[in-house]
Design a protein around this ligand. Structure first.
Ligand SMILES: Cc1ncc(COP(=O)(O)O)c(C=O)c1O
Length: 363
C-alpha cells in the first residue's frame, strides 16, 4: 500500500501552509542579487531584534550542549512581571502557532466547531481538522471581525471562537468595549481565543485580563515574532487562568522552546525603548504608505498593525511583477481577496522603494 492509502483521509485534502517567500528563494528563482531584495510579506520587524535580545541569544548558544529549561522558568517570571499575572498563567510555545495547536490537543475533538472570521489568520482554519473539528467561518464586516455575526454562528457544537484583533490579513481591530462585551456574552462551554499578535502596534490596545480575573474561558495569544523581531527563533505564548495554562502545558513536547529563544525573548521583553521605537516608526510608516497609496489612487484598509491591505486590481500579477523587481509582498488569493495585496510596513527606505516599484508596475 502507498503511504497516501494509509494516511488519515483528511490529510489528503489538507492544504500546506504557504508562507511569505524567503529572500534567498526568490533570488535563486529569479536570478536576483539577494542583497537587493526586500521582504515585506510576513509582517516581520524591519528593524530586526533588539540588540539586547541578539546579545542574549549569542550568550545562550555558548551552552548549546544543554537541554533547555522545558518549564521556561525565567521567561515566565519576566512575563508575569510584565503583565501583572502569575507565572503559572502562561504557556510558552514554539511560536504562538504551537499554542494554537496545543489548544486543539486539549479542547477539540470530532465534530466540535471553531467559529472564526473570514478571513482570519489561516492557521486557525488548518488546526481544527487535525482533531476532527470543523472551522466555521463568518465573513468580516467592513474588514473587521463582526462580533454579532460570530455570536449568531455559535451552535451547541461550538467549542471555541477565535478573534484576532488586529485581524490578519486586514489589520483592523475591534474596540475593547465590543470585545469584552462579546466575550462576556459567550456560553460557559465556549473558549474564546483572542489572538493579539499585533496588539503592540495599536495606539489603544484592548485588555482581556479583567475577563481572566472574572474566571471566563478566555486565552490571549502573543508572539515574539512581530514587534520583538524574533520570528526566526519561534517563540510565543498564551496567557489565561492558571488552570487553562496548566492543561495546555501538559500536552506540549518536553523541550518545545529552545534556550536561545527563551533567553532572547526575556531580554527583548525588557527592552521597552526598542519596542517603543518600533511602534512609533511603524505608525510613521503606515501614514507614509497610506499617503502613497492615496497618491496612486489605490484603496487601502486603515490598519492598526504592522501591515496594510491595498487594492491593486490583479493581486497575483502585481505580486509577481513586484517580486521580479525585488520586492516580496503577500498575494491574498488564499484569503479570497484576489484584488488585494498585503504589505508589511518596512523601514522608511523600504517603504519608499515599495511605493516607487508599485507605481512602476501599475503604470
Ligand atoms: C494573527 C497571527 N497569529 C499568530 C501568528 C503566528 O505567530 P508565531 O510566529 O508566534 O507562530 C501570526 C503570524 O503571522 C499571526 O498573523
Amino acid at each position: 500500500m502507498k503511504p497516501s492509502q494509509l494516511a488519515k483521509p483528511f490529510v489528503l485534502s489538507h492544504p500546506t501552509y504557504e508562507p511569505g517567500r524567503p529572500i534567498d528563494d526568490v533570488a535563486r528563482d529569479l536570478g536576483l542579487d539577494p542583497a537587493g531584495i526586500i521582504k515585506l510579506a510576513s509582517n516581520e520587524n524591519p528593524f530586526g531584534p533588539s540588540p539586547k535580545a541578539a546579545e542574549a541569544a549569542r550568550r545562550a548558544i555558548g551552552e548549546g550542549q544543554l537541554y533547555p529549561d522545558g518549564g521556561c522558568y525565567l521567561l515566565r517570571q519576566g512575563l508575569a512581571r510584565a503583565h501583572g499575572l502569575s507565572p503559572g498563567q502562561f504557556v510558552i510555545g514554539n511560536g504562538s502557532n504551537e499554542v494554537i495547536e496545543l489548544l486543539g490537543h486539549v479542547f477539540l475533538g470530532p465534530g466540535d466547531e471553531v467559529v472564526m472570521g473570514k478571513p482570519e489568520f489561516v492557521v486557525y482554519r488548518l488546526v481544527p481538522p487535525l482533531f476532527g473539528a470543523v472551522p466555521v467561518e463568518v465573513p468580516l464586516a467592513d474588514f473587521r471581525n463582526d462580533l454579532g455575526a460570530l455570536a449568531r454562528a455559535l451552535s451547541p457544537r461550538t467549542k471555541m471562537v477565535v478573534v484576532s484583533s488586529p485581524n490578519n490579513p486586514t489589520g483592523s481591530a475591534n474596540t475593547e468595549t465590543e470585545l469584552l462585551g462579546f466575550i462576556r456574552s459567550l456560553p460557559g462551554g465556549v473558549i474564546c481565543v483572542v489572538d493579539e499578535a499585533y496588539i503592540d502596534f495599536e495606539e489603544r490596545p484592548h485588555d482581556i485580563r479583567p475577563l481572566i480575573r472574572e474566571g471566563r474561558n478566555v486565552i490571549g495569544l502573543r508572539t515574539f515574532s512581530k514587534i520583538y523581531g524574533l520570528a526566526s527563533l519561534r517563540i510565543g505564548y498564551g496567557y489565561a487562568s492558571a488552570e487553562m495554562a496548566s492543561l495546555l502545558d501538559r500536552v506540549r513536547q518536553p523541550f518545545n522552546v529552545n534556550a536561545i529563544a527563551q533567553a532572547a525573548a526575556l531580554a527583548a521583553l525588557g527592552d521597552t525603548a526598542f519596542t517603543g521605537m518600533c511602534a512609533s516608526e511603524n505608525r510613521r510608516g503606515l501614514a507614509r504608505l497610506e499617503a502613497g497609496f492615496s497618491g496612486l489612487g489605490l484603496k487601502y484598509v486603515p490598519s492598526q498593525a504592522n501591515f496594510i491591505l491595498v487594492r491593486v486590481g490583479d493581486g497575483a500579477r502585481v505580486f509577481d511583477a513586484l517580486q521580479r523587481r525585488g520586492v516580496i509582498v503577500r498575494p491574498l488569493k488564499t484569503y479570497e481577496l484576489p484584488e488585494w495585496i498585503r504589505v508589511t510596513v518596512g523601514t522608511a527606505v523600504q517603504n519608499e522603494r515599495l511605493l516607487a516599484e508599485l507605481e512602476t508596475v501599475l503604470r
